[in-house]
Design a protein around this ligand. Structure first.
Ligand SMILES: [Zn+2]
Ligand SMILES: [Zn+2]
Length: 164
């Protein structure tokens, strides 16, 4: 979605509400498609005291296997965007100012960039997920397995034999 912002740049107090959904269901990450549900984008572009601002709240559901146990888990993430827009940049790149050549912005592309940058580096089904047993593969969230008992320090093995 490309928005023409000439009207916003032209007058103080002018604004343009943004409220739409963007599908990024084709986005692939490590063989998964984590953004199955549409991205919700809400906010506005407004001219305040001659400065054009972009304020957005981007909400998306991230769906992928848990890093520890592999269970597919979905978490909602919110990205808050607060930027200034400039038709041209005097200085070099800035984190807070976005250049919008021709006073046009491709909102989809912008949202895509923000979502990709904010993707979680850690994804757990729950904060204290116990993961899978490295030996037998049992999901330790559902109970303990017998591996730990058998897995004795080899230096103690002769002692255990004596005890038998
Ligand atoms: Zn887990
Ligand atoms: Zn085990």
């Amino acid at each position: 979605m490309i928005l023409d912002l000439k009207r916003i740049f032209a007058g103080e107090g002018n604004s343009l509400p943004i409220d739409y959904t963007l599908s990024l269901s084709d986005f692939e990450l490590y063989g998964n498609y984590p953004l199955k549900t549409p991205i919700k984008v809400k906010g506005e572009i407004f001219n305040k005291a001659g400065v054009v601002n972009l304020a957005l709240e981007i909400k998306y559901n991230f769906s992928a296997p848990c890093d520890r146990c592999g269970k597919v888990t979905t978490h909602e993430h919110t990205v808050k965007v607060d930027k200034m827009l400039a038709a041209s940049l005097q200085r070099q790149e800035s984190d807070t100012i976005i250049e919008v050549p021709g006073m046009k912005i491709d909102v989809d592309e912008f949202v895509y960039g923000e979502v990709v940058l904010s993707l979680p580096t850690k994804h757990l089904c729950k904060e204290d997920c116990k993961g899978l047993c490295e030996t037998c593969g049992k999901d330790l969230n559902t109970g303990n397995c017998d591996c730990k008992k058998k897995d004795i320090d080899p230096r103690l093995a002769p002692l255990m034999d004596l005890l038998k």
